[in-house]
Design a protein around this ligand. Structure first.
Ligand code: ZN
Length: 405
């Protein structure tokens, strides 16, 4: 095709092919050039050229290995060479920032959880930049070649331009986080909504590995979901969260920060759930929760030991979330639903409540074989950022930057 001969297209094809080869080496290495050519459906000459560039940049290396079913001499295969390349993966959540240095295989070198107060005289952007600077200087001796910064957070995000329009808990308006971090460090910055990136992390390394159709719901300070359909994250290219937290479930309910009333989040977020537990506790004389600090952990533990009030609170969260999930099951027909929540501590109470709603309220042929389970990662670690970097290597966008040096 003539269009393919245009320079922009050639660059795009080169990027896509390099990313595809890198992905195959990552997923199947050690792998021979012949096998790479078959799996990538690229001519041997193209494979030779791409592999040569990857070898010269020290992104892959050659290794001898015994091919399956062969008793002859060991073959020469390719595997990733990732230890000499680091990136920063950061996650901002309510009151804290987690910063981690990882190598290109996603292996963690060091991770720190630091406080990030919701209210402060300095703007959030300045504080984030300072935390990143200080993290790099604290770990300077361990730093290998830095490749990128990945950052995930809750809020309204323009992922393509690196802008955070709004955040819960922090006073933020159109914060240019991506451009600011990039001009400070000279590194490419990948920004994404926390739930969308977490959904990718579970698909790449966690509980939904190998699944093609998944709904991942997060019940925490915020309530939201990520959807994988046909092996692709829904809304790739923008904010990848599905805002189920702002679906109305009670028209006479509490006012939500989004401007509406009775959103799912106003009954199912951990803060709102604890507030409701506190109110009911004042009317209940015999709950084991009386006289101890009320936290998600203490609520779960009380429910697990049979406390009726605690159980009722968790069941009601399960039923509220389950109602919305039942609708989503009819829309997306997933093979698996993942629940990411500190309430998983009482999964044996929460999950059956969700499952019973789905079974009663969605199409039986869709819900029959559906699996509901906990996410592998928890809502603080930096694997969501790792998934963003992996994606940028696999689609070639970060890889070509590393190849150009
Ligand atoms: Zn709302």
């Amino acid at each position: 095709m003539i269009a393919d001969a245009q320079p922009g297209h050639i660059d795009q094809i080169k990027q896509t092919n390099a990313g595809a080869v890198y992905r195959l080496i990552d997923q199947h290495g050690p792998i021979s050039r012949i096998e790479l050519s078959k799996r990538a459906q690229l001519a041997p000459a193209s494979i030779t050229k791409i592999v040569r560039e990857l070898l010269e940049a020290h992104l892959v290396r050659e290794t001898e290995y015994q091919e399956v079913g062969s008793r002859g001499r060991p073959a020469v295969g390719l595997e990733l060479d990732s230890e000499a390349w680091h990136y920063l993966s950061a996650r901002i959540s309510r009151g804290g920032i987690t910063l981690a240095l990882r190598d290109l295989s996603s292996k963690m070198v060091v991770e720190e959880q630091l406080p990030l107060a919701a209210e402060h005289e300095e703007p959030l952007l300045t504080r984030i930049l300072t935390e990143v600077d200080q993290f790099f200087s604290r770990h300077q001796r361990r730093l290998e070649r830095l490749t990128a910064i990945a950052i995930t957070l809750p809020g309204m995000i323009d992922a393509a331009n690196g802008i955070v329009h709004r955040m819960p808990f922090y006073a933020v308006e159109d914060m240019p986080l991506g451009p600011a971090l990039s001009s400070r460090t000279g590194l490419p910055v990948f920004l994404q909504h926390d739930i969308g990136a977490w959904t990718m992390a579970e698909a790449l390394y966690g509980a939904s590995r190998g699944c093609q159709n998944v709904i991942q719901v997060v019940i925490d300070h915020n309530v939201g979901a990520g959807v994988i359909t046909g092996g692709r994250v829904l809304h790739t290219g923008s904010q990848r969260v599905v805002e189920i937290g702002h679906t109305q479930i009670d028209p006479y309910g509490k006012r939500c920060y989004c401007g509406n009333h009775g959103c799912l989040e106003t009954v199912a977020s951990t803060e709102n759930m604890l507030e409701m537990a506190q109110q009911r506790l004042q009317l209940s004389a015999n709950s084991t929760l009386r006289g101890q600090p009320l936290t998600v952990e203490s609520l779960c533990d009380a429910a697990l030991t049979g406390d009726q009030l605690a159980k009722d609170i968790i069941l009601s969260v399960g039923h509220s979330v389950g109602r919305i999930l039942a609708i989503m099951v009819n829309l997306f027909n997933p093979e698996k639903i993942l629940i990411g929540s500190p309430l998983n501590r009482a999964a044996e109470i929460l999950h059956p409540a969700i499952v019973s709603c789905i079974q009663q309220q969605s199409l039986p042929i869709y819900s029959q074989a559906l699996q509901v389970e906990s996410t592998q990662f928890f809502n603080q670690g930096t694997m969501p950022g790792a998934a963003l970097v992996k994606e940028a290597l696999y689609n070639g966008s970060l890889l070509v930057k590393l190849l150009q040096g």
